[in-house]
Design a protein around this ligand. Structure first.
Ligand code: ATP
Ligand code: MG
Length: 398
């Protein structure tokens, strides 16, 4: 494993001073999976006070958990003292954290075998729970007795499914059984943590790995209904809003309810809601229909909705594909579908004798309506003629 210079320097300094120091957890897992780790955590036998005495710049970032951040220039490295945890009376956080001097015990408190490995250039890979083998076989397995581990901390259930969904692994049968048995406890985990894990799982390459959890009703407290048909999720675009909309469509869940319970951010919620609305409309078969849809939804949302529709239903796929083709043709040709694309402006209308005020906007919208039906009439003269004709008709009626 090639460690970044700052991590390497950190481990070497610890070892020179007589302590143990290893890269641990996510970075070792990512390295074995062939992925680039996004950050590196260091675990050590030195206490936070001993770490602080060893390095010139140390920030106490999580002393209650034995964590300090060592700064190498701009580069931060999180260093955590080996620790054991006791008593999880709230089903989420340990009541007590105890600093220890034993690496194996530190690895034993970690959630999954693939996350319970350490590495240092001097010691090589330290893997007391068979994490490397599980990486090779694509298995998610709890460290120790899965029922006990999930009872201690319910969030681990979601983490297990999140790693399955991002890495494409499967839960080991015992881990799966315990996870589903304890899944009702997920309702007591904070919305923020559930949402963070769930969104990472949903936007992974294999979101359908969530199926057993969804099917068991484990996510019902979060507004996601139990069904067994998540397979199509894997084929949709991995954007948050798309996956969320697809999840709602596949499970028959209500986005509004889900959004409230999961406290979704406004932007993701609005994007998913827009998509769901668009997906519920008939697929345009004529160009004028397509221009009207472009006017309402815009090209980005519309193409996303058409793709989603095709991805989720093989019977809709041909119509959705030819509609998408039609949309590209219209855009290439430059057919007008927005007010700004009209060949006249409000200023032109005022110059042509219309009284400034709300009437101008109304007239522009009427012109856009005509142009959506027939883009050929999007010429200044033609449109002004149309305005005059309407004006004359109105005064004749008066
Ligand atoms: P990523 O950073 O990609 O989300 P990660 O595994 O590094 O994955 P972190 O939340 O950064 O996740 O946690 C670092 C390490 O701490 C994990 O690899 C795991 O060993 C341990 N860990 C994290 N959360 C838990 C938990 N709820 N229970 C037990 N151990 C945990
Ligand atoms: Mg991490």
């Amino acid at each position: 494993m090639r460690l970044p210079d700052a991590v390497l320097a950190c481990i070497k300094t610890l070892q020179k001073a007589g302590y143990q120091g290893y890269a641990v957890g996510g970075c070792v897992r990512d390295w074995l999976c062939g992925l680039t780790p996004k950050d590196y955590d260091v675990t050590t036998s030195a206490t936070p006070a001993q770490v602080t005495a060893l390095f010139p710049k140390v920030v106490p970032t999580g002393l209650q958990y034995g964590t300090v951040t060592v700064l190498f220039g701009e580069e931060p490295v999180e260093v955590t003292t080996f620790r054991a945890e006791n008593g999880y009376s709230d089903g989420r956080r340990p009541d007590q954290v105890r600093l220890i001097d034993n690496l194996t015990e530190d690895l034993a408190r970690r959630d999954l075998t693939i996350n319970a490995m350490a590495f240092s250039p001097a010691a090589g890979l330290i893997d007391p729970f068979g994490g490397e083998k599980d990486v090779r076989r694509g298995i998610i397995r709890a460290v120790g007795d899965p029922t006990v581990r999930f009872e201690e901390d319910r969030l681990r259930i979601l983490r297990a499914f999140r790693f399955a969904a991002t890495l494409g692994y499967r839960l080991h049968p015992d881990t799966l059984k315990a996870a589903l048995q304890k899944a009702e406890g997920l309702s007591s985990v904070s919305a923020e943590r559930v949402t963070a894990e769930l969104m990472r799982a949903l936007t992974g390459s294999f979101p359908s790995r969530l199926r057993p959890l969804v099917e068991s009703g484990g996510l019902l407290p979060w507004g996601i209904r139990p069904v067994s048909t998540l397979f199509a999720l894997d084929f949709t675009s991995s954007q948050r809003a798309v996956r969320l909309a697809a999840l709602c469509l596949l499970t028959g869940s209500d986005l509004e309810e889900l959004g409230l319970r999961l406290r979704l951010d406004r932007r993701t919620y609005k994007e998913a809601a827009g998509l769901l609305l668009e997906v519920s409309q008939p697929i345009p078969t004529a160009e004028y229909q397509m221009r009207r849809r472009l006017c309402k939804a815009g090209p980005t949302l519309l193409s996303c909705a058409l793709r989603l529709r095709g991805d989720l239903s093989s019977s809709d796929a041909p119509a959705a594909a030819s509609a998408a083709q039609m949309m590209r043709r219209i855009l290439r040709r430059g057919d007008p579908y927005r007010l700004e694309m009209l060949a006249v402006t409000g200023e032109d209308l005022i110059q042509a004798g219309l009284v400034p005020g709300p009437r101008i906007k109304r007239t522009l919208l009427e012109l856009l309506d005509a142009v959506l039906e027939n883009p050929g009439c999007n010429q200044k003269e033609t449109l002004l003629c149309l305005v005059h004709a309407r004006k004359n008709k109105e005064s004749a009626l008066r």
